[in-house]
Structures are given as structure tokens and as C-alpha cells.
Write a protein that binds this ligand. Structure first.
Ligand SMILES: *Cc1c(COP(=O)(O)O)cnc(C)c1O
Length: 367
């Protein structure tokens, strides 16, 4: 028997989550984000569940090319644009669209234009504005001139009208009106600059659920597609279903007398005579090493707490109160019964990080 850990991907959950998102924003262009190998789920494993999407967004050029090999014929957008001339030629050959977030990228396009074959792919370009997040994009000073130049380039080449995009910094806030920058202000800043014949693109997952009125025409949900929450509410509250279940089994049970300790650094102390289950899952599988004692693991319809430091290949939980559990019992580290967001919260991080961190040694299956 192989080591019992596995990550199960459920394309039907992805398709369900897309329907939930589409219902929030009818009539928009739905562009799920599949960067970071589809948030750790695997491009090849999610593509079947994303067939209802209008287009896909990704960062990595090699990932975009893989999507083409996998048969995705609809638009693909490179979210950080082309890293140089070579990327742009590759994007042209693969029929990709891309973001332009700074003057160097815009200038590279201007230089490449005269040699762009007439019959070649006509990309739809996304000009990115910095409206207060101060990460990527043209700032207020440079934006107007960049918009004008890109409009001239695309009009003269007969390319599709570009999309003006920006990224919400605080759409997951409990108090959207008091957030700085808030999504309304970012939306207004974008609309003030947007040429009438250009489309807009603003919303990430949090924007879709918390402020759809400022989402724009092309929506870019990531985490919600995979059934985890962007915040501030739970994924279940948003009607989302988890697309990944990380499961394993108990491979050993220790009777630990009161006063003894468990694991590296002897962090966990048995306050009573305890049954400690050892699970085949560790940080080399992507489970966070910094999970504190008390982080829940699901088994047999209930939860058991992490007991002791997570090691490379194993972790321990306290099953004193679950006498029916023993070697061979199935456990869920996160999935349908235990939200990845809950585990992440215990670990001081977000579900995104845990989903992206499942390592290559974990066997994946598509359900
Ligand atoms: C990652 C990303 C998204 C998706 O964000 P989520 O919070 O996962 O929905 C949207 N837009 C851009 C530009 C991104 O980089």
C-alpha cells in the first residue's frame, strides 16, 4: 500500500463555485485566476471544472502554454504581462492576452508593433492602474498618457479595445467604507480615467462577494473558485464548496502517560493519560509546521487537536476522546468537513497559502 496521504480535487466543486460567482455578477466576463498551478490544485486537474469560464488569468507563461496544450482555446491573460520581448513573441504564438503595468512594458509593445505580422494574433491588452495598493500599475501622473498611447497603438493595429484594470487592496474588509484605499475609491479612480470604449476589470474574489457594484466588466476571482474564502465571511456563508480535500491516515498510536511530552522540542504536555495518533502528513507534504497545538484535524465526524510540533513527515493529534479511532483511521487535514480557512486561521495565515503549498510528493487524484 502506498503512503496514505492524498489530495483529492473535485472539478464539480469548481463548476459549482463558478455558478455561484456568475450568479452574483450576471452578464460579466468571468475570468477565474489559475496562477500558482491553479492555487496548488493543478492546471490539468481544474480545467475540466472551469469550462463555463469565459477566459482564464495566469501569471506564468509556461502555465499559459500548458493551458493551450490542455485544449483551452478561449482567451488567457498574463497577469504580470510579458517579461521581455521573448515572452511577447511566445504570447503572440500562443494567442495570449496580457497586462501592461509599467512604462517599460508599454515601450516594449510600441517597439514590437511595426513588426507584428498582420495575420498574427491580435491581443486584448489590460492596462493596469495603481489606485492605492502601490504594488503594480501606472500611477495617477502616468496613467493618462499611457492610456492615450495604448489606445493609439491598438486602434491603429486594429486590435481589440483594451481593458483598464486595477486591484482591490481591501475588498475583504469588514468595513468597506472605512478601508483605505477602499474599493469604491479605487473604482471611482479607474472610472475617471477609462475611455468609454474600453472595458474595466476590478474584482477579485472579495470584490465579487463584498462589493459587486464596483466589480467592473471582467471579474477575476481566484480563491473563491477553489472554495476557500477571501474574507471576511466563511466560504460556506458565500455558498462555496471546497475543491481540494487533503486526507491521510493514522499510522501509529501512542499511549502517553500524564506528564510526558510529544514531539520535537517536547512542546505538548500530556495533562492526563492520553492516546496520541500519528498521522502520515508533515511539513514536507505542505502542512504548516507552525500549526499550534489545538489546530483541528477531522476524523470520524469529529475534530481532534494537533498535539506537538508538526515534523517533516508526520504530525500528532490527541485522540483520547475518540476511542474508536486507531491505526488506519482516515483523517482530513482540510476539505469538505474542515475548511482550509479554519486550519489557516489557527496557523496565523490564509487558506491561499496552505492550498498553494501542497508539495509534489503528495499524490493528487481527481474525483
Ligand atoms: C491573484 C489575483 C486575483 C485573484 O485574487 P483572489 O483573492 O484569489 O480572488 C485577481 N487579480 C489579480 C491581478 C491577481 O493577481
Amino acid at each position: 500500500m502506498p503512503r496514505p496521504i492524498r489530495a483529492a480535487i473535485q472539478p464539480e466543486a469548481l463548476a459549482h463555485n463558478l455558478r455561484v460567482i456568475a450568479a452574483r455578477l450576471p452578464g460579466r466576463t468571468l475570468m477565474p485566476v489559475v496562477k500558482a498551478n491553479a492555487y496548488g490544485h493543478g492546471l490539468a486537474r481544474v480545467i475540466g471544472g472551469l469550462q463555463a469560464a469565459d477566459q482564464l488569468a495566469i501569471l506564468e507563461l509556461d502555465g499559459a502554454l500548458e493551458l493551450r496544450r490542455l485544449g483551452w482555446t478561449k482567451p488567457i491573460v498574463l497577469l504580470e504581462g510579458c517579461f521581455g520581448e521573448e515572452d511577447m513573441q511566445a504570447a503572440r504564438h500562443a494567442g495570449l492576452d496580457w497586462v501592461i503595468h509599467d512604462h517599460a512594458q508599454l515601450e516594449a509593445l510600441r517597439v514590437a508593433m511595426p513588426n507584428w505580422p498582420k495575420e498574427a494574433h491580435k491581443p486584448r491588452l489590460y492596462l493596469k492602474l495603481n489606485t492605492g495598493m502601490n504594488r503594480l500599475g501606472f500611477d495617477a501622473q502616468g496613467a493618462a498618457a499611457a492610456i492615450e498611447l495604448l489606445d493609439k497603438i491598438t486602434t491603429s493595429a486594429g486590435w481589440p479595445a483594451p481593458v483598464l484594470m486595477t486591484h482591490f487592496a481591501n475588498a475583504d474588509s469588514h468595513d468597506l467604507m472605512r478601508a483605505h484605499p477602499g474599493p469604491e475609491g479605487q473604482f471611482n479612480a479607474l472610472m475617471a480615467l477609462k475611455p468609454a470604449h474600453w472595458a474595466s476589470s476590478l474584482a477579485n474574489s472579495a470584490g465579487v462577494f463584498n462589493c459587486p457594484q464596483w466589480a467592473g466588466d471582467v471579474v477575476r476571482p481566484g480563491i473563491a473558485v477553489y472554495g476557500a474564502t477571501p474574507g471576511p465571511h466563511s466560504a460556506a456563508d458565500y455558498g462555496l464548496l471546497p475543491a481540494m480535500a487533503l486526507t491521510s491516515q493514522i499510522i501509529a498510536v501512542q499511549q502517553v502517560p500524564a506528564g510526558q511530552r510529544v514531539g520535537y522540542g517536547s512542546r505538548w504536555l500530556a495533562q492526563r493519560d492520553s492516546r496520541i495518533a500519528v498521522i502520515a502528513c508533515g511539513y514536507a507534504d505542505g502542512y504548516p509546521r507552525h500549526a499550534p497545538d489545538g489546530t483541528p484535524v477531522w476524523l470520524q465526524g469529529t475534530m481532534a487537536p494537533v498535539a506537538g510540533r508538526v515534523s517533516m513527515d508526520m504530525m500528532s493529534i490527541d485522540i483520547t476522546e475518540i476511542p474508536s479511532a486507531g491505526v488506519g483511521t482516515e483523517v482530513e487535514l482540510w476539505g469538505n468537513n474542515l475548511s482550509v480557512d479554519v486550519v489557516a486561521h489557527h496557523c496565523g495565515t490564509i487558506g491561499y497559502e496552505l492550498l498553494c503549498a501542497v508539495t509534489p510528493r503528495v499524490p493528487f487524484v481527481v474525483m
